[in-house]
Design a binder for this molecule. Sequence first.
Ligand code: PGA
Ligand code: ZN
Length: 427
Amino acid sequence: LIEDIIAREILDSRGNPTVEAEVLLSDGSRGRAAVPSGASTGSREALELRDQDPNRFGGKGVRKVIEHIEEEIAPNLIDLDASAQKMIDDTLLGLDGTNNKSRLGANALLAVSLACARAAAESKDLPLYAYLGGPAASRLPVPCLNVLNGGVHAHWQGADFQETMLVPFGADSFREAIRWGAEVYHALQSLLLEKHLSVGVGDEGGFAPAVRSNHETLDLLLAAIEKAGFVPGKDCGIAIDPASSEFYRDGKYQLHTEERAIGSEEMIEYYAKLVDDYPIVLLEDGLAEDDWESWKQLNARLGSRIELVGDDIFCTNPEIIARGIRDDIANSVLIKLNQIGTVSETFAAARLAQFHGWGAFVSHRSGETTDDFIADLTVALDTGHLKSGAPCRGERVAKYNQLLRIEEELGTAATYAGAQAFVRPAT
Ligand code: PGA
Ligand code: ZN
């Protein structure tokens, strides 16, 4: 039973404050969890509450959230069974009482929801992935490594596309996939040095060179894959998250690097050409969250060839995902805990997608902590793939390193998702 809940203000990877909660159970078990924060957020995400006090952290303090946890949430959860996750989460939703978690803050709810799950797992003496996913949870995901950062994650100093990810689907194990990822990352670094391009990294640990087109970014990654000794399309593929809501203005997609603005139809053809020319296996947020009708066309054009993931457009929200399935606008959903705010709703979102044959792609946020909850979550949900940035920066590798531990612990029971991880298998 829950005995106490405390919370504190800590820093995230961008130096902004965020919330960490600790749940203490009567049997002495503990769970601690921290909440991440996005930069290219969807407008329908659950609300991240900030103090708005200009004298602290530029208004981004989370003291009110701490107060909500300790003074309002804690007294209502004490003596409840931490392993009754749905009941805990429903209690949190009831306490908040709003549609978008704006009263107590999604960051308050999520910190407690995650910490409860951890405490309950410890109490049952189970690893978190097994507690959440049951005894069958044993498939390790393909890591999609964001080795080239652009867009808002690189303050528009690099590519228009926010994320260009390396996908080592051809490896035999997660451990091997991570080694391939690190080797390609270093090959990319030496290529950039040769070309006198910057090797400074963006928010998710990928390089952020000042390229002149989005093709240049893809060419760089292709060359790095080959330089590291791998075969593009056979060993490694490419995934992209343009995060296009960020450069959609007045009904047009504004490609800064190419100094032109194009309409939705042209944007779809732009992607179709990229899919013809490069070993792209997954496209996330190819179109903007306000461009729902064009998403249908994008799915009709490319949905049979690659995985089309909706992030900003779905916000891990089961209601919006259900509409997306009905309208056939994509074939996969990005899963971000803090977009929706509780463990139970996150599970509902992923299960809804999977039930309909859609993919579920677990994701970190650009503002992260070293909390590695999503590593266990990915194995528990059996999503087969996740993204947690480049093999660089502690808060990014924390998730990959936890997956290495999970693979080791599972031993011969562990499998690697490989090419089959994708809605449209990579090869
Ligand atoms: P964010 O970026 O965390 O800044 O929203 C991640 C993404 O768009 O997938
Ligand atoms: Zn995204």
